[in-house]
Design a protein around this ligand. Structure first.
Ligand code: WQD
Length: 346
């Protein structure tokens, strides 16, 4: 009998790729998503890739009765991977109450239901944003680095949610949790069937870059080249979404097999390598042969200068390592953008 996993936000970018990897690992997946930032046909895409159609319920995790109905309808859920959240840094500054309500109430509802329905573990989608701008001596940043005051309501919801999980487990709740602190997820499934689909004008670098490369956007603005970095542009740790998805499978197995040393564990999930915006653009041009139209623009408010992860703990304790190169990630993103064009989607 396959172990049943609830994936909230499972029709989203990281959630859909993780559902594929969970199914590949033999898990039965139930997706819950309110479709506020994704489309139901992603379920068809997942089925096309794996041959297995995950159960799908259009439910808002903030709606406790509706969410409880999912646990009733699908008895025996053993684990939860919680992706469902609003995630645009800039939007969170304009709409803080929406971010606090959506991102915090959804988690609290899941935690309330876990003991009642015998759910053993939860994997929480956290972010390197909790570190803020690490001090130079703390780069690459480890899980022990100090948590800095969040630069946005979005980042603050990640910090608050980490604390809520820790406090609930430490109150004696009969559950285990793993907090995965992502760096910058990029790329799309090599099949070109699922990928990153931002609504409207992309805030993140890679979708804006590939939309510029294909001609949807006239020019990519590089937000600043006067930072204290080798080429002046910001540095990030860009991780292929497939590698990130596999980290969730490893974390879920660790909990369900009772291998977690502590009831709450924290892991950085990145490549361990820092890449600047200009280096990334150069790599994109080299691996795709596409000349990108970009210009240097003023800094974007709220951006931190440089952050990349020390991923030794995930490599050694979780037994997971990112294996794809930046070239492979960027090529998959470009392949996805071309597929969207072929399908007349954008
Ligand atoms: C990356 C770099 C920009 C757009 C945020 C969240 C993180 C995660 C990913 C959700 C920065 C530069 C960007 C553009 C640019 N959130 N840039 N021109 O801000 O590092 O991380 O999104 O999963 O938690 O904090 O990602 O892709 O927006 O920016 O020059 O048009 O690209 O200045 O240096 P960020 P990003």
């Amino acid at each position: 009998m396959s172990k049943k996993i609830l994936v909230t936000g499972g029709t989203g970018f990281i959630g859909s790729h993780t559902t594929v990897e969970l199914q590949n690992a033999g898990y039965e997946v139930v997706i819950v998503d309110n479709l506020s930032n994704s489309k139901a046909d992603v379920v068809d895409g997942i089925e096309k890739i794996t041959g297995i159609r995950p159960a799908f319920e259009e439910v808002d995790c903030c709606d406790l009765p509706a969410l409880e109905g999912v646990f009733k309808k699908y008895p025996g859920i053993q684990g939860i991977i919680h992706f469902a959240a609003s995630k645009a840094v800039g939007e969170s500054v304009e709409k803080p109450l929406m971010y606090y309500e959506n991102n915090i109430v959804s988690l609290i509802n899941l935690l309330k239901l876990m003991p009642e329905y015998g759910v053993k573990g939860i994997i929480f989608s956290s972010s390197c944003t909790v570190y803020g701008q690490p001090d130079p001596e703390n780069l690459p940043v480890t899980e022990e680095a100090p948590i800095k005051k969040a630069e946005s309501p979005y980042g603050n919801t990640k910090q608050i949610n980490e604390e809520i999980v820790q406090d609930f487990v430490h109150s004696g709740a009969p559950i285990s949790a793993i907090l995965l602190r992502y760096f910058n997820p990029i790329g799309s499934h090599p099949s070109g069937i699922i990928g990153e689909m931002p609504n409207g004008v992309p805030a993140n670098l890679i979708p804006y870059l590939t939309q510029t490369a294909i001609g949807i956007r006239p020019c990519l603005k590089v937000f600043g080249d006067d930072y204290d970095t080798p080429d002046g542009s910001c540095i990030r740790d860009y991780i292929y979404v497939l590698d990130l998805a596999k980290a969730h499978v490893a974390a879920m197995a660790r909990i369900l097999e009772g291998k977690n040393a502590d009831p709450v564990e924290i892991y950085n999930v990145g490549t361990g390598k820092g890449v600047s915006v200009l280096e990334l653009i150069n790599t994109f041009e080299k691996c795709t042969g596409v000349k990108l139209n970009y210009e240097i623009a003023p800094r974007r408010e709220g951006d931190i200068e440089k952050v990349w992860g020390n991923v030794d703990k995930a490599n050694k304790v979780l037994g997971w390592k990112a294996v794809h190169t930046l070239e492979e990630s960027l090529s998959s993103a470009w392949n996805w953008q071309k597929k969207l064009r072929e399908r007349g989607i954008m």
